[in-house]
Design a protein around this ligand. Structure first.
Ligand SMILES: [Zn+2]
Length: 125
């Protein structure tokens, strides 16, 4: 059995706001790489990556991402599985991954007000 590792999160305060967390068989990273023009309400683009470290192959993953404030989901490469508006979004992906794989889940696009920060990100399978 794998030892449970408590997720850790490190949030940077610069423009490349990002969060890193390891839990289960993934290390997940998410960073905001585009913020709204003018700094008000608008579109944020978030790059999500995962690193799989396990002994199994899977065809499906679930991303859970939590923010400091409410967001509205706009688009991703996956399928939204939670409410479209809230502080937590759950998105299902169908990426074919090997036991040891780096997976790029592409951009998650949301709208929110100024000051959006990613508080936590997790990928599970
Ligand atoms: Zn796995």
């Amino acid at each position: 059995m794998r030892k449970y590792v408590k997720p850790i999160a490190v949030v940077n305060s610069n423009l490349a706001e990002g969060v890193y967390a390891a839990s289960g068989c993934y290390t997940a990273t998410a960073s905001i790489h585009q913020t709204p023009d003018g700094g008000g309400q608008g579109t944020y683009r978030i790059q999500v990556n995962g690193k799989h470290d396990a002994d199994h192959t899977k065809e499906a993953q679930t991303l859970t991402i939590t923010f400091n404030q409410s967001v509205t989901y706009e688009s991703s490469n996956g399928t939204l599985a939670s409410a479209a508006t809230g502080t937590t979004l759950v998105i299902n992906y169908t990426y074919h991954q090997n036991p040891q794989d780096n997976i790029g889940l592409g951009d998650l696009v949301v709208t929110s007000g100024a000051g959006l920060v990613i508080n936590d990100v997790k990928i599970s399978d």
